[in-house]
Design a protein around this ligand. Structure first.
Ligand SMILES: NC(=O)c1ccc[n+]([C@@H]2O[C@H](COP(=O)([O-])OP(=O)(O)OC[C@H]3O[C@@H](n4cnc5c(N)ncnc54)[C@H](OP(=O)(O)O)[C@@H]3O)[C@@H](O)[C@H]2O)c1
Length: 373
């Protein structure tokens, strides 16, 4: 059954992924989109902006709710009952993507929020699919291959509270797979639109580009030849909706995998090349390309920055360390099941190095989202 002629509960519609899905769902006939938006969110006007630009065909209703409120989703009982009666699909993009929250706060949103969505899903008599977004980094500090059948960190630990909260979330999702039509979508890192470079949500990779631009990332831990997995936002949204439309269930990696990933050295090279190409004056600042170093050398660098007392460099190094340590645990994300499911659809990740320079340009042109472009 297709999402057409359906009623979709969409969470996280103001976010990087959810806003892409809202755009696509709003363009569908015979569809109702109930967008659960965080009560008090400053980004509510973004939804009005999306709908104004699109002239939606679907019926789009904004519901103010709260994922941390448990099974009520922050809605009045009567509204919740009505929503449960009509919902055919749940697309859950809401949550925290911060790498720096205390674990308890990350859990409150990512674990408890997902549990609330699953409880709600069990009340929906007409439910066909509950699509839940996760990350390939639930693999934590594992190294090597990570398949769509693998779960968790295998006892290796996590680089940050975000990864851990998503892995804990997956434990409850895994149990729900026994009684609900669960589609678990593990994303790698969403860079931006493959055609325009547009970024709808700035994350670690954009932050890293800014630190390189400002000369605040002289060293990165890792191996020059390791794969870095980034995907475009249009691939993620198109692939997710394709899988939802086709009634797929189970775990899927929306990642570039071995075929489309870039090496760490090439990605850093492409960052510097793009900065020079799109901001020729940047070359005059004579900022060195970040060095790729082993973990011991990086740890030494972090300690010396902490001791040196340069606050700007210290803050930059602390922020990059919340995710850069992941590079010290090289992984390859297997995408076999996703490729098979997308076969013949013309939806594919696209080679990272082809669209990535456009993303760097968008970061520069928009000054990392602080001015329109
Ligand atoms: N973007 C990536 O690179 C990436 C990579 C791997 C996995 N993922 C996964 O994909 C999903 C979507 O990520 P994203 O990048 O779109 O995240 P995002 O841009 O940070 O958006 C998060 C969304 O959740 C909403 N939200 C936050 N707290 C809430 C609350 N208490 N109640 C209701 N809604 C709340 C936010 O609303 P406000 O706008 O009001 O804050 C926003 O709409 C997440 O599950 C994430 O883990 C993303």
């Amino acid at each position: 059954m297709s999402v057409k002629s359906s009623s979709v509960l969409l969470t996280g519609a103001t976010g990087a992924v959810g806003s892409e899905l809202l755009r696509r769902l709003a363009a569908r006939k015979e569809t109702t989109v109930n967008a659960l938006v965080r009560r008090g969110s400053t980004r509510q006007p973004d939804i009005a902006g999306i709908l104004r630009d699109l002239e939606p065909v679907a019926r789009v209703v904004v519901l103010e709710g709260e994922l941390r409120d448990g099974p009520t989703l922050g809605l009045a009982e009567a509204d919740l009952n009505a929503l449960a009666r009509e919902t055919t699909h749940i697309v859950h993009c809401g949550g925290s993507t911060s790498f720096t929250l205390p674990l308890s706060e990350a859990r409150a949103l990512n674990v408890c929020g997902t549990r609330a969505i699953l409880d709600f899903a069990r009340r929906c008599d007409n439910l066909q699919c509950v699509a839940l977004f996760s990350t390939v980094y639930v693999s934590g500090k594992r190294s090597g291959g990570f398949s769509e059948d693998d779960f968790g960190d295998a006892g290796m630990g996590f680089v940050n509270s975000y990864e851990q909260s998503k892995a804990e979330m997956e434990e409850i999702v895994r149990n729900a797979m026994h009684d609900l039509p669960v589609l678990l979508l593990r994303l790698s890192t969403v860079a931006g639109d493959s055609n325009t470079g547009m970024v709808r949500g700035f994350n670690a990779i954009h932050h890293a580009i800014r630190l390189v631009y400002n000369g605040l990332a002289p060293m990165i831990p890792g191996d020059p030849d390791e794969c870095v997995d980034i995907v475009s936002s249009d691939f993620v949204a198109d692939a997710a909706l394709h899988l939802i439309d086709h009634g797929d269930t189970g775990v899927f990696h929306l990642a570039s995998g071995a075929e489309s990933s870039s090496s760490l050295a090439d990605l850093i090279g492409a960052t510097v090349d793009s900065l020079v190409r799109f901001r020729p004056a940047w070359r005059k600042r004579a900022i060195e390309k970040p060095l790729i170093v082993d973990l011991d050398t990086y740890d030494l660098f972090v300690r010396s920055v902490e001791e040196a007392g340069n606050e700007v460099m210290r803050d930059a190094t602390r922020s990059i360390s919340t995710f850069a340590y992941q590079l010290a645990h090289p992984k390859l994300f297997d995408t076999a099941r996703t490729r098979a499911a997308l076969d013949g659809s013309r939806i594919a990740p696209g080679r990272a190095l082809e669209f990535y320079p456009r993303v760097v340009k968008y970061c520069l042109d928009s000054s990392w989202g602080t001015r329109p472009c």
